[in-house]
Ligand binder design. Structure first.
Ligand code: SDX
Length: 432
């Protein structure tokens, strides 16, 4: 390949030629804008609905190779982090860009542990929801409400204030998520237990009843650690793009993260794990799978938990989660839906409809089975995604705020509507 990292573009409308530099596999849209630019013409723009081939930022947080199924947080392979690390250590890595020393780790864990409580007024706000409110709607609202309890968070460039909000959000997400769960069950909210680890405390706030102290099964808290690590970040996905876009207006981090929760709520994104379980329940038995697959091929529905914008051979997280499924079932017993999921995966991986579209199980396909085995209702599954993803959203938000190349996000459009219509007042319009 030549050293000449540039494009020579000829505008056939004018015969003009342009040299466009290629940097990091991209051409700057600003350089494209020089093509055909005159006093009357703004020049060419790039049209890319859903940004399928557009880089919106430079980032050092997460690396993904979709063809090779590679996922690395700050350069560390996800397989090694899932096996040897803890979620809070990974959260530190994502936020600070390097693994903590013992002193840094202990300080980080202490700070998170002692920020798990939530203002009592926020508890009252959550208790105002209907009994059947979706926990993601409750989480969305309560994280947005947090911005009103910490108005100092608007000082987004002050490192100490920024650090305090990051600690608060990582610490309080499990509390808010657990309280949304308890609300749906009509059970009393359980306060954090600072003697427990991050995932043990989460399990305690979810499931503790009248016992003095809740002692979670270590296999379940370990499985949650792995799931939280796997869900912590994933480059410029839909919800991270929302956090960056909203954050580009220089709003406080609580409001920016709230936009990420809203995006994750969607069934094509974080809501897929809830949709997977509902899909498996709807299929019901293995013999119904062929009929369901036909429905997918007819375009009547999607095979939820399959496909990915980036991964085209396999999602490395799905591979790791499949192992965690066995560990959890050792404690909870095997889900009857596992057989359907395994048969569905076997058929899909052999069927040309899915193979030709490079549709493989993604992170959501098996995670739902674990969450169901842990006694979570499907509505809680995306909350279990949002809790760890908060660390990734905040790491990406920090990068955005500190990136001198970034400014308020405001894409162009191709206008397809009417022009220069004469307004006819209502009285005249309706008189006819
Ligand atoms: C997450 O981006 C991230 O990193 C997200 C995430 C993260 O960690 O943040 O990894 C988490 O969101 C995982 C994805 C969870 N979503 C689902 O499981 C929902 C089901 N999957 C799809 O909706 C879909 O695969 C997407 C949304 C994940 C990806 O969609 P793309 O990249 O826009 O692909 P596409 O919709 O253009 O599909 C290409 C073709 C189409 O067929 P044709 O129109 O060419 O005939 O594949 C088909 C699609 O109809 N297709 C599916 C399918 N996914 C894509 N057909 C059936 N079932 C599916 N699941």
């Amino acid at each position: 390949m030549t050293e000449n990292q540039s494009l020579t573009v000829r505008d056939n409308r004018t015969g003009e030629e342009y040299e466009l530099d290629i940097t990091d596999g991209t051409v700057r849209a600003g350089d494209i804008g020089k093509i055909g630019k005159t006093d009357d013409d703004p020049g060419l723009a790039v049209y890319d609905p859903a940004f399928t081939n557009t880089a919106s930022t430079r980032s050092a947080v997460t690396y993904i190779d979709g063809e090779k199924g590679i996922l690395e947080y700050r350069g560390y392979p996800i397989e090694q982090l899932a096996e040897h690390s803890t979620f809070l250590e990974v959260a530190y890595l994502l936020i600070h860009g390097e693994l903590p020393t013992k002193e840094q780790h202990d300080e980080w864990v202490h700070e998170i542990t002692f920020h798990t409580f939530v203002h009592e007024n926020l508890k009252s706000l959550m208790q105002g929801f209907r009994y059947d409110a979706h926990p993601m709607g409750m989480l969305l609202s309560s994280v947005g409400a947090l911005s009103t309890f910490y108005p100092e968070a608007r000082a987004i460039s002050d490192p100490d204030i920024r650090h305090e909000q990051i600690v608060r959000m990582i610490a309080k997400m499990p509390t808010l998520g657990a309280w949304a769960f308890r609300h749906a069950q009509g059970k009393p909210y359980v306060y954090p237990d600072n003697n427990l680890s991050y995932t043990e405390n989460f399990l305690s706030m979810l499931f503790k009843m009248s016992e003095q102290e809740y002692n979670p099964d270590p296999r379940l808290s370990k499985a949650l650690e792995v799931l939280f690590i796997l869900h912590a970040d994933h480059e410029q996905n839909c919800s991270t793009n929302a956090v960056r876009s909203v954050g580009s207006s220089q709003v406080d981090p609580y409001s920016a993260v709230t936009s990420g929760i809203a995006a994750l709520y969607g069934p094509l994104h974080g809501g897929a794990n809830e949709a997977v379980l509902k899909m498996l329940r709807r299929i019901g038995t293995v013999d119904k799978i062929p009929e369901f697959i036909e429905g997918v091929k007819n375009g009547d529905e999607k095979l939820m938990g399959f496909g990915h914008r980036v991964y085209k051979n396999f999602d490395p997280r799905a591979t790791i989660i499949k192992k965690a499924v066995d560990d959890v079932f050792e404690v909870t017993g095997v889900s009857p839906l596992l057989e359907i999921a395994q048969e569905l995966e076997r058929i899909a991986l052999e069927d040309d409809y899915f193979v030709s579209r490079k549709l493989y199980p993604n992170v959501d396909f098996y995670s739902g089975l674990i969450y169901e085995a842990l006694q979570f209702p499907p509505e809680m599954f995306t909350v279990l995604f949002a809790i760890p993803r908060t660390a990734g959203w905040l790491a990406q938000w920090i990068e955005l705020v500190d990136d001198k190349e970034q400014k308020i996000a405001r894409p162009k459009q191709i206008y397809t509507g009417d022009r220069q219509l004469d307004f006819v007042p209502a009285a005249e319009r309706w008189a006819k």
